[in-house]
Design a protein around this ligand. Structure first.
Ligand code: NAP
Length: 266
C-alpha cells in the first residue's frame, strides 16, 4: 500500500526555501512543489538539484497542498496573503519571514486557519540552524508534528510564544553575526603572527566549533570559562579585560539594539 504523502507548497524558492527543501531530501513523507515570483532559471535549478516539482503559478497549487510554506520577503506577505486568503481551505500556513507573526497571519487568512511563524538562521543551509517557532491558535498536535519534522531537517528548534519569538530573534537570528565579529578579530590577530589567512580562519573556526561542542554538553558557560582560566593565569588576565570593559553590558546593548530596530520595522 502506498503511503499518503503530505504535500508542501513553497512560495519562494530562494536561500531559505532551498535550505528547508534540502533538509527534507530523502524524506518520503513529503512531496514538494516550489514556486516563486518570475525567476524561471531558479525553478529549473531547484527542480534539478532537489528532485522536486515546480510551478510558475502557485495559485493553481494551493488546493492540492496540505501545507503552504511562505519563503519570500516580509514585504511581499500582505498582498500575497490577500490572494492566498481566497484560495486557502484549512491548509497549514507557515511563514519564515521576519515580523510575520501568527497573529498577523490569522488576521489575514480565513477564521480557523492553522498558522505558524518560523525563524531559522543562516546555518539552516548546513542543517545547523537554531530555529524558533510560534504556533497560531488553531494549530493542533498533528500540525505541530508535521512542522517539527520539517524543522528537524535544518537543525534544532524550540517552540516559544509569539512575544518570545520577537524577543529571542536577536539571540538566535542576529547574535551569530556577533560571534562572526569576534571570529574576525581573532582571525586577524592570528594572521598577524605570520600564519596564512586560511590557516588563521581554520584555527579560529575549529576553536569556536570546539567551544560550541563543549556548550552542547549542557555545561554552564560560566563553568566552562572557569575550566579554561586557571586563577592568576593568562586566560584569567584576558577575561579580566573583557569584564572590566563590560562585555556583559555590551552584549545586552547589542541585543537591545536588535530588538528595538526590529520593533521599529514591524
Ligand atoms: N536567508 C536566511 O538566512 C533567512 C533567515 C531567517 C528568515 N529568512 C526569511 O526567509 C524569507 C526568504 O529569504 P531568502 O533569504 O530565502 O530570500 P531570497 O533568497 O531572496 O529568496 C526570496 C524568494 O522569494 C520569492 N519571491 C519574491 N517575491 C515573490 C512574489 N511576489 N511571489 C512569489 N515569490 C516571490 C523570490 O522569487 P524569485 O525566485 O522569482 O526571485 C525568491 O524565490 C524572508 O522572509 C527572510 O526574512 C531568511
Amino acid at each position: 500500500m502506498t503511503k499518503v504523502r503530505t504535500k508542501i507548497l513553497f512560495i519562494g524558492a530562494g536561500r531559505m526555501a532551498q535550505a528547508i527543501i534540502g533538509g527534507l531530501a530523502g524524506n518520503e513523507r513529503f512531496s514538494i512543489t516550489a514556486s516563486n515570483n518570475d525567476n524561471e532559471e531558479r525553478l529549473h535549478y531547484v527542480k534539478a538539484a532537489y528532485g522536486i516539482s515546480v510551478s510558475n503559478d502557485w495559485r493553481q497549487e494551493v488546493a492540492n497542498s496540505d501545507i503552504v510554506l511562505l519563503a519570500m520577503p516580509p514585504e511581499i506577505h500582505p498582498p500575497l496573503l490577500e490572494d492566498l486568503a481566497r484560495l486557502i481551505d484549512n491548509q497549514l500556513v507557515i511563514t519564515v519571514a521576519a515580523g510575520i507573526s501568527p497573529s498577523l497571519l490569522e488576521d489575514a487568512l480565513p477564521e480557523g486557519t492553522p498558522v505558524a511563524w518560523v525563524m531559522p538562521n543562516t546555518a539552516a543551509r548546513l542543517s545547523e540552524s537554531s530555529t524558533l517557532y510560534a504556533a497560531g491558535k488553531h494549530v493542533e498536535l498533528h500540525h505541530k508534528q508535521l512542522l517539527e519534522e520539517i524543522l528537524m531537517g535544518i537543525g534544532a528548534f524550540e517552540n516559544v510564544t509569539e512575544e518570545q519569538l520577537y524577543e529571542l530573534t536577536a539571540i538566535t537570528g542576529s547574535a551569530p553575526a556577533f560571534i562572526y565579529r569576534i571570529a574576525e578579530s581573532l582571525k586577524n590577530q592570528a594572521a598577524a603572527v605570520g600564519i596564512s589567512e586560511q590557516q588563521a580562519r581554520k584555527l579560529v573556526a575549529q576553536m569556536i566549533a570546539g567551544s560550541a561542542a563543549m556548550l552542547q554538553t549542557g555545561e554552564d558557560p560560566a563553568e566552562l570559562a572557569d575550566q579554561v582560566a586557571t586563577p592568576g593565569g593568562s586566560t584569567a588576565a584576558g577575561l579580566r579585560v573583557l569584564d572590566e570593559k563590560g562585555i556583559d553590558q555590551l552584549m545586552q546593548q547589542a541585543v537591545t539594539a536588535c530588538r528595538e530596530k526590529s520593533r521599529q520595522d514591524h
